[in-house]
Design a protein around this ligand. Structure first.
Ligand SMILES: *Cc1c(COP(=O)(O)O)cnc(C)c1O
Length: 357
């Protein structure tokens, strides 16, 4: 296979060990002689995978006893709706930090008085709004901890007088989180925890069943908690690859170990962006994400954009093209991306600089 460095924004790069084990399971699931793609999900062997996957989430994130984790179809986008349907009785505040936050807010508006408490739309979401006061008369505050498109991140667990619900799609499992500070945490699996096809939802159990509206069965968190994510056929293969990805994460020392590596990777790339006169970062320095690093050509060098993209491609870089709403480049440094991958990108930027100066 061609040697490449993958910086895709999602679905993410997955650890080779997880991919190899998944390939094995496609051929023969746990020595049953049947491919995992063809097994019944009502078997002891599959129950073991579900139990182990749940246990790994709880272990890796030190999830307290009174929380449960479920895996659901529909991605993070369906969670925008499910969160509001299950928790919004009257009023909820949303921190508007980007397109995903806005989409979450849009869904919530169907269920009550949902509004943006603060927004960074004025500067194309290049920073995290600060200094806003959280009102006490709301059902919850919704935040998006990592803004995948704009490369901003809230890494501190907020102290809030009301329950906090967080979309952690693109920074879950990249750093320690104090789960007890949240009522619910959700995200698409495909940004850091596995392949596309499911969402994870970490739920404080005693917060369920409090809204007065009728909730259709498939949209009711209570049902999925009670049925242990097996009310209907779960996304079996996605969960299996997620299981392998979590096992890999545990084997290298868990979230605490990857936290240090992620810091090192982000530092390496941001240092180069700040040093290299050809490039400039687009996110406010104090809010820079460690997972998604957007940057553009510096003023005066704008016409070199396509050339750098072609140059980096030649050097084996994959997925560097920036999101259309920010332009330029974006390197996503999810867990499976290594320090060596980032070093290769930094070397590539240096080489390009030498060529052009
Ligand atoms: C990708 C992403 C989503 C959407 O996820 P889907 O699983 O595709 O619905 C939502 N929020 C954030 C922060 C994301 O990065």
């Amino acid at each position: 296979m061609k040697k490449v460095h993958v910086f895709n924004a999602g679905p993410c790069l997955l650890p080779q060990q997880a991919l190899d084990n998944a390939i094995e399971a496609i051929k023969d699931f746990k020595g049953t002689g049947v491919s995992v793609l063809c097994i019944s999900h009502r078997t002891k062997e599959w129950d073991e995978v579900m139990d182990e996957t749940r246990a790994l989430w709880k272990e890796l994130l030190h999830i307290p006893e009174d929380y449960e984790v479920v895996f659901l179809g529909g991605g993070a986008s369906l969670q925008f709706l499910m969160v509001a349907m299950n928790y919004l009785e009257k009023k909820a505040a949303y921190l508007d930090t980007g397109v995903w936050a806005k989409k979450a807010l849009k869904e919530a508006k169907a269920f009550g008085d949902a509004y943006a408490i603060a927004s960074s739309a004025d500067k194309n979401y290049s920073y995290i709004p600060k200094g806003f006061e959280i009102p006490t008369d709301i059902d919850y505050l919704h935040i998006t901890t990592n803004n995948t498109i704009y490369g901003t991140e809230i890494r501190e667990d907020l102290d809030s007088p009301v329950p906090v619900i967080a979309d952690m799609s693109s920074d879950i499992l990249s750093r320690p989180v104090d789960v007890s500070k949240y009522e619910l945490i959700y995200g698409g699996v495909q940004k850091n925890a596995g392949p596309a096809g499911a969402a994870f939802v970490i739920i404080k159990k005693d917060t369920l069943g409090k809204v007065s509206r009728y909730i259709p069965t498939m949209l009711d968190y209570k049902v999925h908690v009670e049925k242990e994510s097996m009310f209907n056929t779960p996304p079996v293969f996605t969960i299996l690859v997620m299981n392998e990805t979590l096992k890999w994460l545990k084997s290298i020392g868990g979230v605490e170990a990857i936290d240090k590596i992620n810091e090192q990777k982000a530092q390496l790339l941001y240092d180069e962006i700040d040093r290299n006169p050809l490039f400039v970062g687009t996110a406010a320095k104090e809010d820079r994400s460690r997972m998604n690093v957007p940057f553009v050509m510096a003023p005066g060098y704008e016409d070199l954009q396509d050339e750098f993209l072609a140059f980096s491609k030649e050097k084996g870089m994959v997925g560097l093209k920036g999101h259309r709403s920010v332009g330029g480049f974006r390197a996503s440094l999810y867990n499976a991306c290594s320090v060596e991958d980032v070093q290769a990108l930094v070397d590539c930027m240096k080489e390009f600089e030498a060529l052009k100066k």
